[in-house]
Design a protein around this ligand. Structure first.
Ligand SMILES: Cc1cc2nc3c(=O)[nH]c(=O)nc-3n(C[C@H](O)[C@H](O)[C@H](O)COP(=O)(O)O)c2cc1C
Length: 219
């Protein structure tokens, strides 16, 4: 088994090991608004749900290659509101276009052929073609290094396409949503269709298999 001291690695080497190991990573396709009113859109795979109550999503935004603050980071810090749009295979190529570091005055969604739709509770728009969008208000900013941030946002509103949502059961048909995720390498992606089921062990099953070793909380 290789044993690797991260202190001996360059940032690029650490990046390669992390993105090859933490897989698949869901993609936050973030729409934000500049103080100049220009809408910005960019994908981020250092992303995940970190709590349900409060409903918190975390996104990691690095500096640009030139060491500049990315537009998404600037906008989130300035406006404190943004939308996290989930990425389905249908819009994956358009998401990939938005990775381009367009000049701040350019409407990236228009360049990618995506459509803006009004959000319900916040100013930045969502992406109409995204199957699921979360309107977020910034809760907390963790600065990891100069220009590098983790933004923790609270979901205040959700939009979900009718064909993947069973309103009666408050159930997201994740198996039908066609969401994609980032894997390793410059262009590696995964579909969310290769599924298997593994229900949690019941209390009885745990007691039968592990007996006294199971901690009894007295519930
Ligand atoms: C699938 C995908 C995932 C990405 N994930 C990240 C990420 O987690 N963090 C990051 O800083 N950049 C990430 N990028 C690069 C940004 O999208 C890119 O730097 C973008 O131009 C930033 O745009 P902005 O300056 O408009 O915010 C990713 C790109 C792609 C295509």
């Amino acid at each position: 088994m290789a044993s690797i001291d991260f202190n001996d690695l360059s940032p690029r080497e650490r990046y390669k090991l992390i993105v090859g190991s933490v897989v698949p990573r869901p993609i936050a396709f973030v729409t934000s608004l500049g103080v100049n009113g220009v809408v910005n859109a960019a994908p981020f795979s250092f992303f995940n749900a970190v709590c349900n109550d409060p409903p918190a999503l975390a996104v990691g935004v690095n500096q640009s290659a030139e060491g500049m603050l990315k537009d998404t980071a600037k906008n989130i810090i300035d406006v404190e509101e943004y939308v996290i749009n989930m990425v389905s295979e249908e819009i994956a190529e358009k998401m990939n276009v938005c990775e381009t570091e367009f000049a701040p005055s350019i409407d990236e969604l228009a360049e990618a052929g995506l459509t803006k739709a009004h959000s319900a509770q916040i100013a930045p728009p969502r992406i109409a073609e995204s199957p699921i969008s979360f309107e977020c208000r910034l809760l907390n900013t963790v600065q990891l290094a100069p220009g590098k941030y983790v933004f923790i946002g609270i979901v205040v509103h959700m939009h979900i396409r009718d064909d993947i949502y069973d309103a009666e059961r408050n159930y997201v048909m994740a198996e039908k949503s066609g969401l994609v995720a980032r894997m390793h390498g410059p262009g590696g992606y995964a579909r969310t269709t290769d599924l298997f089921d593994m229900p949690r062990l019941s209390k009885e099953e745990k007691a039968r298999r592990f007996g006294e070793k199971v901690f009894d909380r007295g519930e």
